[in-house]
Design a protein around this ligand. Structure first.
Ligand code: PEP
Length: 257
């Protein structure tokens, strides 16, 4: 983390988990213990149907609400989809774009990721753009090339001024939901490389200010070491964001003075 130049963001990705009543129970439980995180922003990305209620429930404890996806068009015949403007209007602040599960199961491509990034920014949302390599790609030694390509493709046409709204999440696919975390060195190396790509595209000032998260089996035990890396400015957390004690411990790791 480097709080002097950029925001630290701890974001939970609930995926397809928690009913409305389970969301309410989580809100009650975390409200009792969270206090006011001074040094990081806390976000919960929840299923669409629970968003309006979650915005109300988590307001009191200053947890911002994110969505897990959006469509890139602003309206139209796209059954089952939701626009960025719809999300903005119900109080969403962040939206995850290009999560590897969306790339794998729902044909998300670098091109749709780019269109969604534009749609999110246009609507006034903060996209959390996910990039990451598979185990096969890592073993082939093409991680840096792939990540460079994914970052450039996702940000194509995004102006330097608009970069204030963009968060990047480095999520090695082999570490997501597997319990197999990247080592702090592996994660730091790629996050540093992502910042270098942004520096080349937009210059030092923009690169210094962009929040780059790590995601992939981040948990209560490994969070502090990962967050101690200068280019890791937070986490995108799946499994460990579903339980208050685990999520709280990650928030506390990011909230040290
Ligand atoms: C994720 O879904 O973005 C993620 C990192 O999941 P997990 O923490 O469970 O690996």
């Amino acid at each position: 983390m480097n709080r002097r130049y950029r925001k630290t963001i701890i974001a939970g990705n609930w995926k397809m988990n928690k009913t409305l009543s389970e969301t309410r129970a989580f809100a009650e439980e975390i409200k009792a213990v969270i206090g006011k995180p001074k040094w990081c922003e806390v976000v919960l990305c929840v299923p669409f149907v629970n968003i309006p209620a979650a915005v109300r429930m988590f307001k009191e404890c200053r947890i911002a609400i994110g969505a897990e996806n959006c469509h890139y068009e602003s309206a139209g015949a796209y059954t089952g989809e939701v626009t960025a403007e719809m999300l903005k209007e119900v109080g969403v602040k962040y939206v995850i774009i290009g999560h590897s599960e969306r790339r794998q199961y729902y044909n998300e491509t670098d091109s749709t990721v780019n269109k969604k990034v534009h749609a999110a920014i246009e609507a006034g949302l903060y996209p959390i753009v996910c990039v990451g390599e598979s185990l096969e790609q890592r073993e082939l030694g093409v991680t840096m090339e792939l990540i460079t390509y994914q970052v450039k493709a996702a940000l194509s046409g995004v102006s330097a001024d608009k970069m204030r709204h963009v968060v990047i999440a480095y999520e090695p696919i082999w570490a997501i939901g597997t319990g197999k975390t990247a080592t702090a060195e592996q994660a730091a190396e790629v996050c540093e490389a992502i910042r270098a790509v942004i520096r080349k595209l937009y210059g030092a000032r923009v690169a210094r200010a962009v929040t780059i998260q790590y995601g992939g089996s981040m948990n209560a035990k490994n969070a502090a070491e990962l967050l101690a890396q200068p280019d890791i400015d937070g986490g995108l957390i799946g499994g460990a964001s579903l339980k208050v004690p685990d999520f709280m411990q990650i928030i506390e790791s990011a909230n040290q003075e």
